[in-house]
Design a protein around this ligand. Structure first.
Ligand code: THU
Length: 148
């Protein structure tokens, strides 16, 4: 995927954010009431959606980003271009910035080039923040660290 799509074409960024909002509608959050949606774009242009799924036992809770990654990887995908993430309390429209948790950043690090993979977030003012994974997870530990 051409990196320019997300540095120069706001429409594409907005589209992925819209899809994340769609995904958020399926969030299962009876405990926190905090609903997150993610839209993960593969390098070939396919989008996988994910929402957070909570659990009465709390720790099995799965974040929206990981849901999207695990759906995609389990379908054979390995190459990813970007992810849009939106989140907020269930009684809000989730237009404030919702950054990915550390665990989800690490999942991204497993499959994505930190210098290329893009993380798109609401900026709280109707625009989109566009980060490289490297910016949100500097000096990360990845698969190459275990290469023999
Ligand atoms: N959550 C996500 O889905 N993604 C994140 O990156 C941050 C947190 C979810 C987990 C839990 O269901 C709720 O938000 C509150 O932490």
């Amino acid at each position: 995927m051409d990196e320019k799509i997300f540095s120069e074409n706001t429409l594409e960024e907005k589209k992925l954010i819209e899809l994340a909002h769609e995904a958020r509608k399926h969030a299962y959050t009876p405990y926190s009431g905090f609903q997150v949606g993610a839209a993960l774009l593969t390098k070939k242009g396919k989008v996988y959606l994910g929402c957070n799924i909570e659990n009465a036992s709390y720790t099995p809770t799965n974040c929206a980003e990981r849901t999207a990654f695990f759906k995609a990887v389990s379908e054979g995908e390995r190459e990813f271009a970007a992810i849009a993430i939106v989140g907020g309390a269930s009684d809000t429209e989730a237009k404030e910035t919702c950054a990915p948790c550390g665990v989800c950043r690490q999942i991204m690090r497993e499959f994505c080039d930190p210098q290329e993979f893009r993380i798109l977030l609401e900026d709280g003012k109707g625009g989109v923040l566009n980060f490289k994974l490297e910016e949100l997870l500097p000096l990360g530990f990845g698969p190459e660290n275990l290469a023999r």
